[in-house]
Design a binder for this molecule. Structure first.
Ligand SMILES: *[C@@H]1O[C@H](CO)[C@@H](O)[C@H](O)[C@H]1NC(C)=O
Ligand SMILES: *[C@@H]1O[C@H](CO)[C@@H](O)[C@H](O)[C@H]1NC(C)=O
Ligand SMILES: *[C@@H]1O[C@H](CO)[C@@H](O)[C@H](O)[C@H]1NC(C)=O
Ligand SMILES: *[C@@H]1O[C@H](CO)[C@@H](O)[C@H](O)[C@H]1NC(C)=O
Ligand SMILES: *[C@@H]1O[C@H](CO)[C@@H](O)[C@H](O)[C@H]1NC(C)=O
Ligand SMILES: [Zn+2]
Length: 464
C-alpha cells in the first residue's frame, strides 16, 4: 500500500510538472541545483528518520552509494563533482598540496585557495555554463569564489563559514528567480563533516546532526516550493565523501621510523604526501616500506592504477596510506580526531549518497551505485551543454533520467525534448479523458436502467 501511494504521488507531481511546463515553458532552459552536505555518508539516511531525503527518493531517484575519487578528501572530490575528472587530472590532488614547479604550497585554510592557477588544470561546470551564454550561481562551493580562467560565477558568495545554511539558500532562490534567472546553482554546507570529525560517525550524538541536515533539506524544499521552483528546478543532493570511526589505539607515529630531517610532510592523515629531501628518497622509502603492517608506502610510480592518482607533479614522490580507522601523525602531539576520511575510495564508509528529483529525473527509482565522475556528464546532459573531456560516462547513469533516447548535447541549446512529465502526463491525461467519458456514458446509461453502481465511485476517486 505505501508503494502505491508513492507511485500515485509521484505521478501526480509529474502531472503537475506537465501542467506547469506545457506550452509556455517548453523552450526554457533546464534549471539545476547541485547541493553538497560535506561528509554525508551514504547510509546516514538509514540511521534516523529523514523524511525530506525520503521524499526526494520517492519523487525522484536514489543512488545508494557513490564511488568517489581518490583521495577521499573534500577539495579533490568537490572539484571532481563539477569537472568529471579524477584528482590527478583536475589538479586539486589534496586539501594541502605542494607544487614543486612553482615551489608553492596550498592549504585549504590559507589564502592560496584564491590563487586561480591552482584550479586551472580544469574548467568547472559553472564556467562552461556561462561560456554558453547562461548564468550560474554559487554559494560557497569549494573553488567557486575563485576567478578560474578569469571567470567568477555570475553570482557567488565569498567563503564565510559563519553564513547560515538558510542565508545561502535564500541567495540561491533569489538567483533562480526572475527574468535574469540562473540555470545552474551550487550550494555547499560544512556539516555533517565537522561533527563527524569531532564526534566520530559511530557516536549517538551524530543522530541529532543527521536529523538537522534533513531539516535543512526541508527548509530548502520549502523555499523552492514558495518560490514556485520546486517542480521546475532539478535538485541533486550529494556529498564529497563519507566518514569512518577512529580510535586512540590506532595511531601510527612516523617519528618512530624515520627522522624528520629527511623529508617534508605534506597533507594530513590518512594519506600523507612525503617529499624526501634531496637524494633521500630511497632512504626514506626503505625506512617505511615494512615499518608497520597498518600502513602502506608507495613510490609515486607504484600507486595502484585503480586510484587514478599518479600523473600530477602535485602528487608527492612518496605517499603513505594507512588502513581504515588508523591515524598517522609524526608523534602523539599531532591533532587527533574521532572521525576521518581520505582512505581507499573503494571502502563503503568513504562513499557519499546521491538523491535527485525534478523534470529530468525518473520517479521513485533506485540504483545501487555510480561513480562521482559520472555526475558531470549527467549534469551536462540536463543542462544541454557539451561536456569537456572527462573521466565519466553518461551511459552509466543515463537510466536516472527520463529521456532514455540518445542525448543531444548542443551549444547553443535546442528546445528541450518532451520529458517524463510530458509522457506520463499525456498518458495520464488521455486516461483521465477516457475515464471520465467512460464513467459519464456509464452513468448516463445506468441512470436509465439501474441505481448508480458502487464501484463507479471507487474508480472516480483517484482521478479527483
Ligand atoms: C622554495 O621556497 C622557499 C621559501 O618558501 C625557499 O626557502 C626555497 O629556497 C625555495 N626553493 C627553491 C628550489 O627555489
Ligand atoms: C560572514 O557572515 C556573517 C553572518 O552572515 C556576517 O556577520 C559577517 O559579517 C560575514 N563576514 C564577512 C567577512 O563577510
Ligand atoms: C609534545 O609536546 C610537549 C610540549 O609541547 C613536549 O614537551 C613533548 O616532548 C612533546 N612530545 C613529543 C613526543 O614530541
Ligand atoms: C582498496 O579497496 C579495494 C576493495 O576492498 C581493494 O580491492 C583494493 O586493493 C584496495 N586498494 C588498496 C591500495 O588498498
Ligand atoms: C581522464 O580524462 C582526461 C581528459 O579526457 C584524460 O586526459 C585522462 O587520461 C583520463 N584519465 C583516465 C584515468 O582515464
Ligand atoms: Zn572532512
Amino acid at each position: 500500500m505505501p508503494d502505491l501511494l508513492v507511485i500515485k504521488s509521484c505521478f501526480l507531481s509529474c502531472l503537475l510538472v506537465l501542467l506547469q511546463t506545457s506550452s509556455s515553458q517548453q523552450d526554457e532552459q533546464s534549471q539545476l541545483l547541485l547541493v553538497s552536505f560535506d561528509g554525508f555518508r551514504w547510509d546516514y539516511v538509514n540511521r534516523v528518520p529523514t523524511p525530506n531525503f525520503r521524499a526526494l527518493m520517492d519523487e525522484g531517484v536514489q543512488v545508494e552509494q557513490v564511488e568517489n575519487t581518490y583521495i577521499t578528501k573534500t577539495y579533490p572530490n568537490h572539484y571532481t563533482l563539477v569537472t568529471g575528472l579524477h584528482a590527478e587530472t583536475h589538479g586539486i590532488v589534496a586539501n594541502e598540496m605542494y607544487d614543486p614547479i612553482h615551489n608553492l604550497t596550498f592549504s585549504m585554510e590559507g589564502s592560496e585557495v584564491y590563487d586561480a592557477w591552482w584550479w586551472e588544470e580544469a574548467v568547472p561546470l559553472w564556467v562552461t555554463n556561462q561560456k554558453a551564454g547562461r548564468k550560474s550561481g554559487a554559494a560557497m562551493w569549494p573553488g567557486s569564489d575563485v576567478a578560474i580562467g578569469g571567470t567568477y560565477p555570475t553570482h557567488y558568495l565569498s567563503y564565510n563559514a559563519s553564513m547560515t545554511f538558510e542565508t545561502r539558500v535564500e541567495k540561491l532562490i533569489d538567483w533562480f528567480s526572475g527574468p535574469e534567472a540562473i540555470n545552474f546553482g551550487v550550494l555547499y554546507w560544512e556539516e555533517p563533516d565537522e561533527s563527524g570529525h569531532n564526534l566520530g560517525p559511530e557516536s549517538p550524538l551524530m543522530d541529532v546532526v543527521i536529523a538537522d541536515i534533513d531539516e535543512k533539506l526541508g527548509f530548502l524544499r520549502g523555499k523552492l516550493r514558495t518560490a514556485g521552483l520546486y517542480d521546475k528546478v532539478n535538485l541533486i543532493v550529494t556529498s564529497d565523501h563519507g566518514m569512518t570511526q577512529l580510535s586512540h589505539d590506532k595511531i601510527i607515529e612516523l617519528d618512530t621510523y624515520v627522522s624528520r630531517d629527511l623529508y617534508t610532510w605534506i597533507d594530513k592523515s590518512p594519506v600523507v604526501g612525503i617529499l624526501p629531501k634531496e637524494g633521500k628518497l630511497e632512504e626514506v622509502y626503505n625506512s617505511l616500506k615494512n615499518a608497520n603492517p597498518n600502513m602502506v608506502v608507495y613510490k609515486k610510480e607504484e600507486i595502484p592504477d585503480h586510484y587514478h592518482y599518479r600523473h600530477n607533479v602535485r602528487i608527492m614522490p612518496l605517499i603513505i596510506e594507512v588502513k581504515e580507522g588508523w591515524t598517522i601523525m609524526q608523534n602523539r602531539n599531532g591533532s587527533f580526531m574521532l572521525g576521518n576520511h581520505g582512505y581507499n575510495n573503494s571502502l563503503p564508509s568513504m562513499h557519499p549518497l546521491f538523491v535527485a528529483r525534478g523534470p529530468a529525473f525518473r520517479c521513485d527509482y533506485t540504483k545501487a551505485s555510480m561513480r562521482s565522475v559520472d555526475l558531470y556528464p549527467l549534469m551536462c546532459s540536463i543542462l544541454g551543454l557539451k561536456p569537456l573531456p572527462n573521466n565519466g560516462s553518461l551511459s552509466s547513469v543515463q537510466d536516472l533520467l527520463v529521456e532514455t533516447s540518445t542525448p543531444k548535447p548542443v551549444v547553443p541549446p535546442v528546445p528541450r525534448e518532451p520529458s517524463c512529465a510530458w509522457a506520463v502526463g499525456s498518458v495520464l491525461g488521455a486516461a483521465l479523458v477516457i475515464g471520465f467519458l467512460f464513467i459519464f456514458v456509464q452513468q448516463v446509461t445506468q441512470r436509465q436502467h439501474l441505481p448508480l453502481h458502487l464501484s463507479n465511485s471507487e474508480i472516480t476517486q483517484p482521478l479527483l
